[in-house]
Design a protein around this ligand. Structure first.
Ligand SMILES: Nc1ncnc2c1ncn2[C@@H]1O[C@H](COP(=O)(O)OP(=O)(O)OP(=O)(O)O)[C@@H](O)[C@H]1O
Ligand code: SF4
Ligand SMILES: [Mg+2]
Length: 345
């Protein structure tokens, strides 16, 4: 299939997703609207249970939204039958946290990489093997591993195979859900370097989910912050990290490890908290019980995502005064930490 030309690769429009569980209904996505633009990799961050994986499973067309629409290259694919979804599925590939979950244990490395071509009936046996070997080289795997089985490889090598497999169909968009978080730090760096190189060589765009904000900042031009199933801030990574507008974004950024006299010190561990109830059960702003800036209007009215300066923010008080206040507060906090050379508690 020829490459499609639209710069708007994928879009979620007012997407809701509700799961029925024994604890009652969980709203994992709560009116999520997002655009993924070609060449603008998008990082999605937020604490555990905020709905990141649900959002990407909907984007990957693996689960349908409860309501709302999913667009790929300007086509509404929300209700397309499976046979008509195939060309769109090719355009968006997935790399998961656990590479073994994506690989077939009784196929060799080369067969695993070639399998998507076989599924999509592309080429013959020998051309598929040739493509697989070329992709192995591309992701830095020695060709001697072509006849090995996934279980015989290290974690880093398995993730390289999973990446090669995701590349087999020449996608434009690759969704990576915590794709490096289970690897050793040095292997993580190698895989991130590989992903950067592939991004440039193959003009790829990523949707990157990670609890590690430093990784998002490095890999993604755009960042979306999720809280309780909602996007609460979305914009260019550079400005969002430099001047977060939403108090929750500030909280996440304040939790990035700081460099102090005694090395790297995590300020606060908010990144992996799990929330117990969906945001829809809280009146007003879902963040108000935790927010130092909460006012009467916050407890009463739910803020919608709206343009504020160069980005979208869902906060009643995302104005310039709070930005400068937050930045100076953060600078003061970091300065005190360095002076103390201790931890921020
Ligand atoms: N298939 C499902 N059935 C029931 N509830 C689900 C299902 N999938 C997700 N959920 C719930 O939806 C909410 C969002 O889950 P999701 O996995 O999208 O969060 P996440 O941000 O990816 O979290 P993590 O960072 O831990 O991976 C959670 O409360 C989760 O328990
Ligand atoms: S709307 Fe109010 S409670 Fe919510 S994040 Fe903004 S200031 Fe805090
Ligand atoms: Mg997840």
């Amino acid at each position: 299939m020829a490459r499609l030309t639209s710069q708007r690769l994928a879009q979620l429009e007012h997407v809701y997703k509700t799961f029925s569980t024994q604890r009652g209904e969980v709203r994992a996505c709560d009116d999520v609207s997002l655009v993924v633009t070609k060449g603008q990799s998008l990082g999605v961050v937020g604490e555990s249970g905020s709905g990141k994986s649900t959002l990407v499973r909907i984007l990957l067309m693996l689960i349908p939204p409860t309501s709302g629409r999913v667009w790929v290259h300007g086509t509404d694919v929300t209700h397309l039958p499976e046979r008509r979804l195939k060309p769109y599925r090719r355009q968006i590939q997935f790399v998961a946290q656990d590479p073994l979950s994506a690989l077939v244990p009784n196929l060799t490395v080369a067969e695993n990489i070639a399998e998507p071509l076989w599924i999509h009936r592309i080429g013959d046996k020998s051309s598929r093997r040739e493509t697989a070997l070329a992709l192995m080289e591309k992701v830095g795997l020695t060709l001697a591993l072509g006849n090995s089985f996934p279980s015989e490889l290290s974690g880093g090598q398995q993730q390289r195979v999973a990446i090669a497999r995701a590349l087999a169909l020449m996608p434009e968009l690759i969704v990576l859900d915590e794709a490096v978080s289970s690897l050793d730090v040095s292997i993580q760096a190698q895989i991130l370097n590989l992903l950067q190189t592939l991004k440039e060589d193959m003009e790829l765009t990523y949707v990157f989910i990670s609890h590690n904000l430093a990784v998002i900042r490095l890999m993604c031009e755009q960042t979306a912050v999720m809280y309780k199933g909602r996007i609460i801030e979305w914009g260019e990574s550079e400005t969002l990290f430099a001047t977060p507008l939403h108090p929750y974004t500030r909280e996440l950024i304040d939790a990035i490890p700081a460099f102090t006299a005694q090395g790297v010190t995590p300020l606060r561990a908010v990144g992996r908290k799990t929330f117990e109830a969906s945001g829809s059960t809280v009146t007003g702003c879902p963040y108000h019980p935790r927010c130092p800036l909460a006012s009467e209007v916050c407890r009463r009215d739910r803020p919608s995502l709206r343009p504020v300066g160069d980005r979208q923010v869902a906060c009643h008080h995302a104005d310039v005064a709070h930005v400068s206040c937050a930045v100076s507060r953060r600078r003061g906090h970091e300065k005190r930490l360095v002076e103390k050379g201790g931890n921020g508690g």
